[in-house]
Design a binder for this molecule. Structure first.
Ligand code: HEC
Ligand SMILES: [Cu+2]
Length: 497
């Protein structure tokens, strides 16, 4: 360094000027390279902070157009709220910002997203978020686990343009997604997307309820049906009729419509189709590949697509999952009403409205016979202690592990420990009751307070006896053997209440 400066001082004045001039030029060219998204999006500099516009479905935030990359603040609150699944049927949804799907997030390549995730104090469960637009562990899930009444902040830079799903990834993951915890985040390319006339946000999801489609009242989530992928409802935007009746989407003849279509799943793949239209363009799977002139596009669970089409003729256009029973019998039906002049060069015919209508209630299925039900309830031979512990281990890893963890250590502030649990060891009948009926309300385990929800586990008496015997004989607990007789006694005492 010293040598360099010494030399520099010795150079004649005009040489010195030339050096500074070329240095400035060199720095300017470096700066230009920083602005060029296509080279390395990691190096795009952000100017200024900006609060992200977030919209409820079916609305989409304003295009990013030619704005520069920003530090983008996204504020989301998780709410567990009762809502309407269809007329007369309600459901407790778990949501990002109070809607299913959650708010639409619109970003641009190079944006640095500062994500604030709040879990409302009235909520019962911990949650987090996994954004498929993130390059990093768990898509943010590992940094965003948040207990009720708390807020977590993490940040990431969006590097890849495309349309991405986000969802909750807290155990049991399938249950959180099935209850509505998903949404879309768009990453626009640096130059933005081409302008269109109308943009809408649609997301498909499948729901699993104790009662069948249309059975009235507050319907709880059904884990068994979810595992069997036996959906009662398959809907757009969280409920039957979110895009029909008073909620139809509207457009005018000659307009180009762009739909951001996602699929939250948890299980089903969508064969997305608009009856009466052809997609002029599809960004296949939400990425860069553009397909043209497409009738039906496949949208995987946890995936998305951008579809665009120009509407030439007035009338009703019906959005469906072309796995067609889902459309007419499970709710996957929406509508775009297009107004304007007839165009006989494109279509000629008498237009009658209301041809495609939901048929919902008309589901017919084979009932389970009383004999079959009885047979499934028959008691079998008693298991030895070892057989019980073996069976219990399986039940534990399939049912309890997601929350209470592999060694029963639990998760701080969320799931209490079963290892060396004073609460567990104090009362075996109470433990049986918790596994059978679930548990809410404040409890203290090993000196720490928990106030959360454990769902009822829907296990047979044999499974309950086995899993608790397994837990009592492991994780440094007191070795109690729970018998089927104890479980039956607990069932009888509860039903007598
Ligand atoms: C969805 C997550 C979840 C699953 C699955 C789950 N639990 Fe729990 N469990 C909880 C929560 C949360 C609590 C605390 C409830 C409260 O705060 O009132 C709890 C409490 C308990 C307790 C009493 C507190 C303690 O630590 O001793 C026992 C015993 C228990 N669970 C056993 C089980 C067993 C056995 C299974 C599997 C058959 C199971 N749980 C499955 C979440 C879960
Ligand atoms: Cu969640």
């Amino acid at each position: 360094m010293d040598y360099f400066f010494l030399k520099l001082n010795k150079i004649k004045k005009n040489w010195h000027f030339a050096f500074v001039f070329f240095l400035a030029l060199f720095l300017a060219s470096c700066n230009n390279r920083d602005d060029d998204a296509s080279k390395n999006p990691e190096e795009i500099k952000v100017s200024l902070k900006m609060k992200a516009e977030l919209t409820a479905p079916p609305h989409v935030p304003k295009p990013t157009a030619r704005r520069k990359a920003k530090q983008l603040i996204v504020d989301m609150e998780i709410l567990e709220e009762e809502g309407e699944m269809t007329d007369g049927v309600s459901y407790v949804y778990w949501t990002f910002n109070g809607t299913v799907p959650g708010s639409f997030i619109r970003t641009k390549v190079g944006d640095e997203v500062e994500f604030h995730l709040k879990n409302h104090p009235d909520n019962k469960l911990p949650h987090n978020i996994d954004l498929h637009a993130v390059n990093g562990p768990g898509g943010g899930a590992v940094s965003s686990f948040v207990a009720p009444g708390h807020e977590t902040v993490f940040s990431f830079k969006v590097l890849n343009p495309g349309l991405y799903v986000y969802h909750c990834a807290t155990a049991p993951v399938g249950m959180h997604i099935a209850n509505g915890m998903y949404g879309l985040i768009l990453v626009e390319p640096e130059e933005g997307l081409s302008p269109v006339d109308k943009e809408f946000y649609i997301m498909q999801g499948d729901f699993y309820t104790k009662g069948d489609f249309g059975n009235p009242g507050l319907q709880p989530f059904d884990m068994k049906k979810a595992i069997e992928e036996d959906a009662d409802y398959v809907v757009f935007n969280g409920k039957v009729g979110a895009l029909t009746g008073d909620n139809v989407l509207t457009a005018n003849v000659g307009e180009t419509i762009r739909l951001y279509v996602g699929n939250g799943g948890p299980n089903l793949v969508s064969s997305f189709h608009v009856i009466g239209e052809i997609f002029d363009k599809v960004h296949v799977e939400g990425g860069n590949l553009i397909n043209e002139n497409v009738q039906t596009t496949l949208i995987p669970a946890g995936g998305a697509a951008i579809v665009e089409f120009r509407v030439e003729v007035p009338g009703e256009y019906i959005l469906v999952d072309h796995s067609i029973f889902r459309a007419f019998n499970k709710g996957a039906l929406g509508q775009i009403v297009v107004k304007g002049e007839e165009n006989h060069r494109v279509y000629r015919g008498k237009i009658q409205e209301g041809v495609y209508l939901p048929e919902g209630g008309a589901i017919q299925e084979m009932p389970i016979s009383d004999e079959d039900f009885e047979a499934s309830q028959q008691p079998e031979k008693q298991l030895s202690l070892e057989e019980k512990i073996d069976l219990g281990k399986n039940v534990y890893s399939q049912t309890c592990l997601a929350c209470h963890q592999a060694n029963g250590q639990g998760v701080p502030n969320a799931f209490p420990p079963l290892a060396k649990s004073d609460y567990l060891n104090a009362d075996a009948m109470r433990a049986v009751d918790i596994v059978m009926h679930g548990k809410t309300g404040e409890i203290t385990v090993n000196g720490k307070k928990y106030n959360s929800v454990m769902t009822a586990q829907n296990l047979t008496d044999k499974e309950i006896a086995s899993v608790l015997t397994y837990v009592y004989n492991n994780f440094e607990n007191n070795g109690t053997e729970v018998t089927e007789e104890m479980v039956k006694k607990q069932r009888r005492s509860k039903s007598a209440e």
